[in-house]
Design a protein. Structure first.
Lengths: 263, 357
């Protein structure tokens, strides 16, 4: 039987010199969820992403992903296990085409080596064709299909964010970790992003979402984790968390009520 | 990318290919009219094409600056020299040693790559520079206590390439046509060079080639997308080194003499200049760079002294000095006016445009 929880974090801590970026953070993400991660600027959200994906080593605590610990894995090993991410400041391969970006995402699930590349045997040719086909499909899936041959750098901002999602999806993740995908998007683009996220979840991928756009978070996330100064201050269904006085205090200094109810 | 999905190739292309093939086949005889020295220069041009393409994998594709590349050329050359000369009394055939040279150079590539994986840019350049010198100094001094490399005297009387009784050294008369040693070697080199070019083109347009490009563009993103950057970078060093090793072995067989002198820092710099001037990451550009930088000094050498005599009645600056001077000026001019190289790859050109904004 499949476990209910996909990712369990226990006691995650990370320090940079004297700064406690993360202190003893616990949370659990269930299969098929869209799990929100929110908090004021500097709360430790991106640090948590970097620790989770192996870019930083954590100073304490463990992640258990899909039944196995992630301790000490390098970023590429984490990706191979099935966690793909996007970056807060888009990190596409800017000078390559949109298609090539997604094709590179297929790397971890394909096998051709030096000899395949040189001799181009049937298997390698078939694999290459499959990589290209899948890349086109993913570009269509996120809605940038018509820009397949454009340089990543020349895509509109929103399209770059979508392309980064397509590249991450190309690695066939079980958990897709998105770092502020709606940043810089207008209302229409954000709505389209929301539809995309719901589609990805429907197709079976669990999503971890860092986002500042509260309207998006509250409408799309099943549960939300709130960080402040590297500590967990609340976790639970979106509707409950937004009423939590500690959350309101963290965001607004505790004096004004948070007007999110209509979101 | 889409070049792989070829439709029927039009007859025009075939005619073009046939014409180029014919020109390449006739070239050593045309050059032979101006003297066998020019045929030797053509052969050197092809050796440099192989070297530059090998270095292009490391510098052009993966974006790792390597200033000691000539070390692998030396390793290949000495592998051949030791296994096919009276020095150790071993005489293995060419076709056995060339793959062996590639393998040993590859091993040295990994040896250099492993400790330098975490280094980038300037730091990597300094370490690789040191590595190149270490190899040369070893070759220079490994004549005692056991004489392995014969020290600064080098190894001579190396076996030429031969099949049965047919040797590529010396002149043969075939169907009434005299074919010199360098001319015969030209065809061997041409075959190997074409193979190296095809392999490079295929590597570039493959899963591995894309991984190299990804690392060059953004190493952190490449890692996050599941690319094992350590292995893929090592592979770039190993593949680049292998081509250096092949070129070295062929050099040994062509010259029938090797000494540490041939593998100095200046050679590394020249090969790097070929890659950078031609157009980093673009295979046709790198080939152009290698051919130009081999031919240009020789053309200057043969024209500058007669020119000075004609203009001033005497030689003011000797050809060797002037050659380097003009060479230097040409390099500076190209870097100023065509910083992405004479024939840049589309991607690299964009990178440089962004960087200069």
């Amino acid at each position: 039987m499949k476990q209910l929880s996909l990712l369990t974090a226990r006691g995650i801590s990370k320090r940079f010199g004297g700064v406690h970026a993360l202190t003893n953070v616990d949370f659990t993400i269930n299969h098929g969820e869209i799990y929100g991660l929110i908090g004021p600027n500097g709360a430790g959200k991106t640090s948590l992403f970097n620790v989770l994906t192996g870019i930083y080593a954590c100073d304490g605590g463990t992640f258990n992903f899909d039944g196995e610990p992630l301790d000490g894995l390098k970023p590429n090993e984490v990706a191979a296990r099935g966690i793909a991410r996007t970056f807060q400041n888009i990190r596409l391969f800017q000078n390559l085409s949109a298609l090539e970006n997604v094709m590179i995402g297929r790397h971890v699930r394909t096998h051709a080596g030096v000899f395949g590349a040189i001799f181009r045997d049937q298997r390698t040719l078939a694999e290459e064709a499959a990589i290209e086909k899948r890349a086109y499909e993913l570009l269509e899936y996120v809605g940038v299909g018509k820009h397949a041959n454009a340089q990543a750098r020349h895509l509109a901002y929103g399209d770059q964010r979508r392309l980064e999602i397509a590249r991450a999806l190309a690695t066939e993740p079980k958990l897709l970790a998105l770092d502020e995908p709606a940043a810089g998007m207008n209302a229409t683009e954000t709505q389209a992003l929301k539809n995309l996220l719901e589609g990805i979840r429907r197709d079976g991928t669990t999503i971890l979402l860092i986002e500042h756009d509260m309207k998006l978070v509250m409408s799309v996330c099943d549960r939300v984790l709130v960080l402040d100064y590297g500590k967990k201050i609340a976790e639970g269904p979106a509707a409950e968390v937004q009423k939590d006085p500690k959350v309101i205090a963290a965001y607004l200094g505790g004096e004004v009520s948070l007007n999110l109810k209509r979101a | 990318m889409s070049a792989r999905h070829k439709k029927a190739i039009p007859a025009r292309v075939w005619v073009g290919v046939a014409l180029v093939a014919l020109a390449l086949a006739a070239l050593p005889f045309v050059a032979g009219l101006a003297g066998q020295a020019w045929v030797r220069i053509l052969n050197f041009a092809m050796l440099y094409v192989m070297l530059a393409l090998g270095l292009n994998i490391v510098v052009g594709f993966a974006g790792l600056l390597d200033l000691g590349y000539i070390a692998f050329y030396a390793v290949g050359a000495y592998t051949y020299a030791l296994l096919a000369s009276p020095h150790l009394g071993i005489h293995l055939p060419f076709w056995v040693i060339v793959p062996l040279s590639a393998a040993i150079a590859c091993l040295f590539g990994v040896l250099l790559g492993t400790p330098t994986l975490k280094l980038r840019g300037d730091y990597l350049a300094i370490v690789t520079l040191g590595f190149g010198e270490i190899i040369r100094i070893f070759l220079n001094n490994l004549n005692a206590p056991i004489n392995v490399t014969n020290g600064p005297q080098g190894i001579n009387m190396i076996d030429p390439f031969a099949i049965g009784g047919f040797s590529l050294a010396g002149t043969t008369t075939l169907l009434g046509v005299q074919i010199s040693g360098p001319q015969k070697y030209y065809y061997l080199l041409l075959l190997i060079t074409i193979a190296v070019i095809v392999i490079n083109l295929r590597l570039q347009d493959s899963r591995l080639g894309r991984a190299w490009e990804a690392i060059r563009e953004d190493e952190i993103a490449a890692k996050a997308m599941g690319i094992n950057t350590r292995n893929v970078k090592l592979l770039a060093f190993a593949m680049g080194a292998s081509f250096g090793g092949i070129a070295g072995a062929v050099f040994s067989a062509t010259q029938q003499f090797v000494s540490p002198e041939s593998f100095g820092l200046f050679e590394s710099v020249i090969v790097l200049a070929m890659v950078v001037l031609g157009g980093m990451g673009n295979i046709p550009g790198v080939i152009l760079g290698a051919v130009l930088l081999t031919l240009l000094p020789e053309v200057l050498r043969s024209t500058m002294e007669p020119l000075q005599r004609a203009l001033f009645g005497r030689v003011w600056i000797d050809a060797e000095t002037l050659r380097l001077l003009v060479f230097g000026i040409a390099l500076v001019a190209i870097m100023l006016y065509r910083p992405a190289g004479l024939w840049p790859s589309a991607v690299r050109k964009r990178e440089l445009e962004v960087a200069s904004k």
